[in-house]
Design a protein around this ligand. Structure first.
Ligand SMILES: [Zn+2]
Ligand SMILES: [Zn+2]
Length: 95
């Protein structure tokens, strides 16, 4: 699927696969430790360029909370924040 953020380059967005629950969980966990770790995991586990890996990592957010402005009522996955318009992956993880 294609994801697009009106606040970031590239403006046309990037193509991403359906991440599995396991991948989402892992990437969220890594980003909470450090973004560099998440970028590394994306580079190693998927055929992503460094640029795309950074793009993906940037838009991974803690569920419900915008990574950019901290708006806290985001609903659904791959949504634009109603406040600042930034894209949030907003992954729903079933524990
Ligand atoms: Zn963005
Ligand atoms: Zn926001």
């Amino acid at each position: 699927m294609k994801v697009k953020c009106t606040r970031c380059l590239p403006e046309e967005g990037i193509e991403i696969p359906e991440f599995t629950q396991e991948e989402k969980r892992k990437l969220l966990e890594l980003k909470s430790i450090s973004s560099i770790q998440a970028v590394k995991a994306l580079r190693q586990g998927f055929p992503f360029s460094l640029k795309d890996s950074k793009y993906i990592t940037l838009h991974i957010n803690k569920h419900g909370e915008c990574h950019r402005c901290k708006y806290s009522k985001l609903m659904g996955e791959y949504v634009a924040c109603p406040k600042c318009k930034a894209l949030n992956f907003n992954w729903e993880i079933n524990v």
